[in-house]
Design a protein around this ligand. Structure first.
Ligand code: 6LW
Length: 521
């Protein structure tokens, strides 16, 4: 099995099997569009077919802080419709159920379900068709923020959008911290309650209980947790937050779950954040036994080139706004036009459109024209942790500033690139202007990540990838990627790299991603 099955920032997976086809939804936090839907016929090859939240009003996350917003959906199919339930944190909507006939979309505007206070909702139906929401009673806002009330459940009216009873406490794990991510399902004579516990960091684990009905009472398995990497010398850590599905061709059942790929001997840093993995389970005496989660990335390279005549590809992301409202495709045909937001990548809602870094060895390339403004290419964790290459036309060439921002620390390197250095190959011959200064402001920018050859990292490089910031072929900075990892940024997301504008108008004529897996441990 190839693992991760969804590389790059894709935490909190929920999976459903409908007519022999698998679909997964994952969390997107402050990014839009929200809630990507992936499709597979074999659990190996996955394709993103759309997003649930393509209209910002569906989520209301304009003001959601980084790391808040869309947390942990559950994707199910019932009565001929796909249902996705999610609790949107840091926004007005709370618990929302979206439905669609086709998981590629369009999805409806969603029905809010009143009376549910927590995170990680699951949606399940009993044999009589009654709907139940099971969730983690973790409070994220208001005076009780930060308090935990275990796994809870309510019967709901999905049409009226309300809970029909007071929350009922259910089995909440083995005593590890943060019982969350519940999923309820029936198998044979039992109803099962699958949960995560131990927290989404190194203590993360998956535990299970079973009982006679959807409401329980549930009692825990004799050998919980059924999955954890805590304390194991494994290159995938933090495994947890699982959902269960039947395997292809009548094979073993499969757990999809989140995990992080950690680098180096200390295995302390994961550049890409929480990704989606899978592992198989076998059943003994009515209890599942899971095989350890392994890292087995797909071999080979991926090269993607975007001509920027459309933003139809569902993998584009913007922050708190839709990519279409951040970038214009009509102002300069064939190019993406961005209007600067003061502060650039430090802004709460920067003018930024990007894509997930999915491979540990990667190159993002953008050709920008900053003759009428300032902007360029950036790798973002959030407004406090990012790297950027900001270009600005100066009449004779392009001034490029590379900036590394790491919480309150910031360092910049600036260089001037003469217009003549622009690789001629990027400009169709007919468009090469006679006077070189007219090229001022145009430059190819690149952010490369790579892993040191095994055994060459040394103690100071242990666990690091290297990040190179390159403008017009000149490397302005080479940085230790540990500072832009999910552990250092204390982030629920991962690296998203893309184009931005901080002043005036910046156009982008080309954007490319190249990714390749390298052996690591
Ligand atoms: C998710 C929850 C979690 O809702 O992280 O720490 C949240 N645990 O299960 C965001 O991914």
């Amino acid at each position: 099995m190839i693992n991760p099955i969804l590389p790059g920032f894709h935490p909190d997976p929920s999976v459903v099997l409908v007519d022999g086809v698998y679909y997964i939804a994952t969390s997107t936090f402050e990014y839009l569009p929200g809630l990507p839907i992936f499709r597979s016929h074999d659990l190996v090859t996955w394709e993103q077919i759309g997003n649930v939240a393509t209209r910002p009003e569906q989520l209301g996350i304009e003001q959601a802080a980084s790391g808040m917003g869309v947390w942990a959906p559950t994707l199910r199919h019932h009565d001929g419709r796909f249902h996705l339930i999610v609790i949107v944190t840091g926004g007005p909507r709370g618990c929302v159920v979206f439905t669609a006939e086709d998981p590629a979309g369009p999805w409806d505007d969603g029905t809010e379900i009143a009376g549910i206070e927590g995170i990680d909702p699951d949606l399940a139906w009993d044999d009589d068709g009654n709907a139940y929401v099971t969730y983690s009673g973790f409070i994220t806002s208001g005076p009780a923020a930060g308090t935990h009330h275990g796994i809870q459940q309510v019967r709901v009216d999905l049409t009226a959008g309300k809970a029909l009873e007071e929350p009922r406490p259910l089995w909440s794990g083995t005593g590890r911290q943060f019982p969350e991510a519940p999923h309820v399902f029936r198998r044979g004579e039992f109803w099962y309650l699958l949960i995560a516990e131990g927290g989404t960091e190194r203590g993360h684990a998956v535990s299970i209980a079973r009982g006679p009905s959807i409401t329980g009472p549930f009692s825990g398995a004799p050998a919980n947790p059924i999955v954890t990497a805590a304390g194991y010398d494994s290159p995938v850590q933090c495994v947890g937050h699982a959902d269960l599905v039947a395997g292809p061709d009548g094979g073993d059942d499969v757990l999809v779950l989140l995990g992080v790929r950690v680098l180096g001997r200390t295995k302390a840093f994961s550049p890409l954040g929480r990704e989606t993995f899978a592992t198989t389970v076998t059943w003994h005496d009515g209890w599942p036994q899971a095989r350890p989660v392994r890292v087995l990335p797909s071999a080979g390279a991926v090269s993607e080139s975007f001509d920027l005549t459309s933003l139809d590809d569902p993998g584009w992301l913007a922050i708190g706004r839709s990519p279409e409202s951040v970038g214009s495709l009509t102002e300069a045909p064939g190019r993406l036009t961005l209007h600067g937001v003061t502060g650039g990548m430090r802004a709460f809602r920067p003018a930024f459109i990007g894509r997930r870094q999915r491979h540990l060895t990667s190159t993002f390339t953008a050709t920008v024209d900053a003759s009428r403004g300032a902007g360029g290419l950036a790798c973002r964790y959030d407004e406090h942790f990012h790297l950027s290459l900001e270009a600005r036309g100066d009449g004779h060439g392009t001034t490029v500033t590379a900036t590394a921002k790491l919480a309150d620390l910031e360092q910049s390197w600036t260089t001037q690139i003469p217009a003549a250095h622009l690789p001629a190959a990027q400009i169709p011959a007919a468009q090469i202007p006679a006077a070189r200064p007219e090229l001022a402001g145009q430059v190819e920018l690149r952010i490369e990540t790579s892993l040191p050859a095994p055994g060459t990292g040394g103690p100071e490089g242990d666990g690091a990838d290297r990040i190179r910031l390159i403008a017009g072929g000149i490397c302005l900075a080479e940085l230790d990627g540990r500072y832009w990892s999910s552990e250092t940024a204390a982030s629920f997301t991962g690296r998203v790299t893309g184009v931005f504008a901080s002043e005036g108008t910046v156009t982008v004529s080309h954007f490319a991603y190249h990714g390749q897996e390298t052996p690591f441990c």
